[in-house]
Design a protein around this ligand. Structure first.
Ligand SMILES: Cc1ncc(COP(=O)(O)O)c(C=O)c1O
Length: 358
C-alpha cells in the first residue's frame, strides 16, 4: 500500500515527477543545468502569464523564499503585516530578525484579515509595503488579497505576498492586486519535491538596491546571477529537475485552473464525509476556504492522535493543528497525486475511525 500525503506539502508525487528525481547527475555549473534553470524560470512565468515579473529560484523551503522576498524591503523602510495565522506571524518574526521596522494587524486565527484596520494604518502614510499571506494554511482560509491590494493601491503601497500554499492552486492576479512580489514553493500546488522555492518579483523591485540582511537570502544576488545564466550557490540539482517536470505536467494538464477545479472537487468530497461524521468546519463557512485544505474540529470523544494513527494505518497522513489549535482540530489537504479511488479509500477510513462516534 502506497501512503498518500494529505498534509499541506510535501505532496505525494506522480510517477512522472518521481522519475525525474533519479535521472543522471548534473553539475550545477554545466550548460545542461543552466538550460534547466532557464526552462524552470520560463515555466514559472507561464503559470499566471503576467508581464513584468521575474522568477528567481532559490535552494530551500517555502520559508526561504518568503525570507528572501523580504530582502526587497529597504533596511529603514516600514512594513505593515496583515496576519491571521502562523504564517503571517512568521513574517513578523522575519522582519524582526532582519531588524526592519514594522507593525502588525493581527486578527484571530479563525477570522479574515482586518481590512478596515489595514485601511486606517495605510492611510497614515507610514508604510512602504503591506505584507500578507494568500492561503493561510493554519486554517485553510483564502484571504481577500484582491481587497487588500485595492486598499494598498489607493495609498500607493505595494504588496508582498506569501503564496507558498496557493501558487498554481488558486487564482492570482499580480498586477491587478498590486503585488510587487510573491513567494512560492515547488512542493505544494505545483507538485514538485521539497528543496526549491522561488520568488516572482516585479522587474522594478529587482532594480532597487537590495535590503538584504543575509548573504544567502539576498534576492537580488540570486536574480542578478540567474539573469546571467548562473546561480550564486548550489541549487538542489535533482529537485530542480523534478520541479521542471512538475511544471511541465501542470502545463500538460491545462494549468492552474483545472488543478484548482480538481482540488475543489476533492475538498468537497472530504467535507461532505467529515460533516456526515460530526467533524464540523473550523471556519464559519465553506466559502472562507480555499480549494486545497480544510480544517475540521475534532468530534467529541475523538483525539487527533487516535485519528491520525487510524488513518495512517490505512495509508493516509493527515495534519494536526498548529499552536493554539494543537489537539483541537485536524486538517486534510488534497494536493498531489490523489485519484478518486484514493478518495473512496479515504472516505472508508474516515468512517472506520469516526463512524462509531457519529
Ligand atoms: C502559507 C505558507 N507559508 C509558508 C510556509 C512555509 O513553507 P516551508 O515549510 O516549505 O518552509 C508554509 C508551509 O506550509 C505555508 O503554508
Amino acid at each position: 500500500m502506497v501512503t498518500k500525503l494529505l498534509n499541506p506539502g510535501p505532496v505525494s508525487l506522480t510517477q512522472r515527477v518521481r522519475g525525474a528525481l533519479s535521472l543522471e547527475d548534473v553539475c550545477h555549473r554545466e550548460v545542461e543545468f543552466r538550460e534547466l534553470v532557464g526552462r524552470v524560470r520560463e515555466r514559472l512565468s507561464g503559470v499566471y502569464s503576467e508581464r513584468g515579473f521575474t522568477p528567481v529560484l532559490l535552494g530551500g523551503s517555502g520559508t526561504a523564499a518568503v525570507e528572501a522576498m523580504l530582502s526587497l524591503v529597504g533596511k529603514d523602510e516600514s512594513s505593515l503585516v496583515v496576519a491571521n495565522g502562523v504564517y503571517g506571524e512568521r513574517i513578523q518574526a522575519m522582519l524582526a530578525a532582519q531588524g526592519k521596522p514594522h507593525e502588525v494587524i493581527a486578527s484571530p486565527w479563525t477570522s479574515g484579515i482586518d481590512l478596515d484596520a489595514a485601511e486606517n494604518a495605510l492611510g497614515t502614510g507610514a508604510f512602504k509595503r503591506v505584507i500578507t499571506v494568500h492561503h493561510e494554511t493554519t486554517t485553510g482560509r483564502l484571504n481577500d488579497v484582491a481587497a487588500l491590494g485595492a486598499i494598498a493601491e489607493k495609498h500607493g503601497v505595494p504588496m508582498l505576498l506569501d503564496a507558498v500554499s496557493s501558487f498554481a492552486g488558486e487564482e492570482l492576479k499580480l498586477a491587478e492586486w498590486n503585488i510587487e512580489a510573491l513567494a512560492g514553493t515547488a512542493n505544494k500546488c505545483v507538485h514538485g519535491a521539497p528543496g526549491v522555492s522561488f520568488v516572482l518579483a516585479s522587474d522594478a523591485a529587482l532594480k532597487r538596491p537590495s535590503g538584504a540582511t543575509s548573504v544567502y537570502l539576498d534576492l537580488s544576488r540570486h536574480a542578478n546571477d540567474q539573469a546571467k545564466g548562473s546561480t550564486p550557490f548550489t541549487l538542489p540539482t535533482h529537485v530542480t529537475r523534478a520541479f521542471d517536470e512538475a511544471l511541465a505536467e501542470l502545463d500538460d494538464e491545462g494549468g492552474w485552473r483545472p488543478r484548482h477545479a480538481a482540488y475543489g472537487m476533492r475538498s468537497a468530497r472530504v467535507r461532505s464525509v467529515c460533516r456526515e461524521l460530526g467533524a464540523s468546519l473550523l471556519l464559519d463557512s465553506e466559502d472562507a476556504y480555499g480549494a486545497t485544505l480544510t480544517s475540521f474540529r475534532l468530534p467529541s470523544g475523538s483525539t487527533y492522535a487516535a485519528l491520525h494513527a487510524a488513518l495512517k494505518h490505512n495509508g493516509f497522513v493527515i495534519y494536526a493543528g498548529q499552536g493554539k489549535f494543537d489537539g483541537a482540530i485536524f486538517r486534510i489537504a488534497v494536493m498531489g497525486d490523489l485519484g478518486s479511488l484514493d478518495l473512496d479509500r479515504l472516505a472508508a477510513s474516515l468512517r472506520g475511525a469516526l463512524g462509531a462516534l457519529a
